[in-house]
Design a protein around this ligand. Structure first.
Ligand code: ZN
Length: 468
């Protein structure tokens, strides 16, 4: 019997608003610990929350981009739990009346679009950051003591929950890439897993291939890149499959995935019981987003990544189109093509070289890029790489690099090669007798003859052909 994975994701996104969710403390990373706090986010008695309007608008904007219905009546609720990362004893979150429900995200694949349904996207405040000092695991168990940084406490967070509509680790990664690109293009978050501004938990189960049943699922936490999310899912799918095949049953548990060892270890939750005793936050009135606001935000949505991938597929393969769009470089590619670059070579240069160099696409001159794409095989590799690395510098010109153009014209090179081979019959014979190392000697002769202008790759190819 074969098994198929059933995957749902929960994604937390930090909004990059100027101030926190319910107070005017600044949001930002890198400030000294516990310097961005006030009576509201420290939960001093009598302090009252005030909703951050920008955070609400951004949540609605995101919900619209995820194809959600926007609630006409949304409510903040208290989620009660006791832990030292939250001095109030509860987190202000949303429960039965979140801002965004019933969405759908298009994930282009080779077999058509996979539609991942979105259950909800709600707005809440983050807890403070805790650091456990001492001990081997960096967790609270076995630590000597724990520290709390309240700078993060009360910062706005959107939680996005999908239905279990994802059928493989690879598809989960693709969904996350599209989601992240959507979020960054909306300008509401940097959505970087390494910085913790985007966090992903995966709910994983397996079932006999083709069936519709939903078996016991487990939750995977603490994966800090999309690649690790995919690896964690693969490891958990393999583990569950082995459990079912051995005649046992999968138990509902939460696991931490350790990407360096590939090990799954049971996670100790800070609250064992799931009873958060939610109730509507009495210090905040319900929010009823006006229809005009929602329609304005809808009209301001950019063309979404999945749509652009499908549009680029008119010219490029799906994989190439996906890389360009999910790295935010598709418009640079389009501009380079408009400036005269050939489509596929331009896509390759942008996807391989420009992505690799980590350049800011907005700073790149598409015209200079187009020149480099055109000349990529005629200038020395080192010059090409250097030019790419400087592409985003102000006033960059490709011309000095194009001036290093090498001679690759076979008609020009062949007579030179013929002359050199005629002049060294001994070496030619030795090469044909198996001393292939002599190729370097011939290449060197050609370079000398052409004053270093010949393209070494073309010269090698021509020499090999002639020396057969
Ligand atoms: Zn504050």
């Amino acid at each position: 019997m074969s098994w198929e994975p059933v995957i749902g994701l929960e994604v937390h996104v930090h909004l990059k608003t100027r101030t926190k969710m319910f107070c005017r403390c600044p949001v930002g990373f890198g400030a000294p610990e516990n310097t961005q706090t006030c009576p509201v986010c420290l939960a001093l008695p009598g302090a009252l929350p005030v909703v951050n309007r920008t955070a609400v608008e951004w949540t609605i904007r995101l919900g619209l981009a995820l194809g959600c219905r926007i609630a006409e009546h949304a409510v903040f609720s208290r989620k009660n739990y006791f832990y030292f990362d939250n001095p109030k004893g509860y987190q202000i979150s949303q429960y039965d009346l979140p801002f965004c429900i019933n969405g759908k995200v298009q994930v282009p694949t080779a077999d058509g679009d996979n539609m991942v349904r979105i259950v909800r996207a709600h707005l809440e405040e983050d807890a403070a950051k805790t650091v456990h000092v001492g001990g081997r695991t960096g967790r609270i168990r076995g630590a000597d003591y724990s520290l709390v940084d309240f700078n993060r406490g009360g910062t706005p967070l959107v939680e996005i929950v999908t239905e279990p509509d994802i059928g493989s680790a690879e598809e989960a990664k693709r969904f996350l890439q599209i989601l992240r690109q959507t979020i960054t293009e909306l300008g509401i978050s940097d959505a970087e897993m390494e910085k913790g501004t985007l966090r992903v938990d995966a709910n994983v189960s397996v079932r006999p291939a083709g069936s519709k049943e939903l078996r016991t699922r487990t939750e995977l936490k603490n994966m800090n890149s999309f690649t690790f999310v995919a690896r964690g899912i693969d490891a958990e799918v393999a583990r569950q499959t082995a459990v079912w095949e051995s005649g046992e049953a999968v138990r509902q548990e939460t696991y931490d995935f350790d990407a360096t060892t590939g090990a799954l270890t049971p996670h100790r939750a800070k609250e064992e019981a799931d009873d958060y005793r939610y109730f509507p936050e009495p210090d905040l009135v319900p929010i009823e987003p006006p229809a005009e606001l929602v329609e304005r935000l809808r009209s301001e949505l950019p063309e979404l990544p999945a749509k652009r991938i499908r549009r680029l597929e008119n010219d490029l393969e799906l994989e190439r189109a996906t890389v360009l769009v999910t790295s935010g470089l598709d418009s640079l590619w389009q501009q380079a093509v408009a400036a005269g670059a050939e489509k596929i070579p331009a896509a390759n240069v942008v996807a391989n070289n420009v992505v690799g160099a980590g350049l800011d696409p907005a700073a790149v001159s598409a015209k200079e890029l187009a020149k480099l794409v055109d000349a990529r095989e005629r200038i020395p590799r080192a010059a090409f790489d250097e030019a790419i690395s400087k592409l985003a510098e102000p006033g960059f010109s490709a011309d000095p690099y194009l001036a290093q153009e090498t001679v690759s014209d076979e008609a020009e090179l062949e007579p030179i090669i013929a002359r050199i081979l005629d002049a060294s019959p001994g070496q030619v014979e030795a090469f044909r007798g198996g001393k292939e190392g002599l190729l370097g000697f011939f290449v060197g002769q050609v370079m000398k003859e052409t004053g270093g202008k010949a393209n070494p790759r073309v010269v090698s190819e021509l020499l090999r052909a002639k020396l057969k």
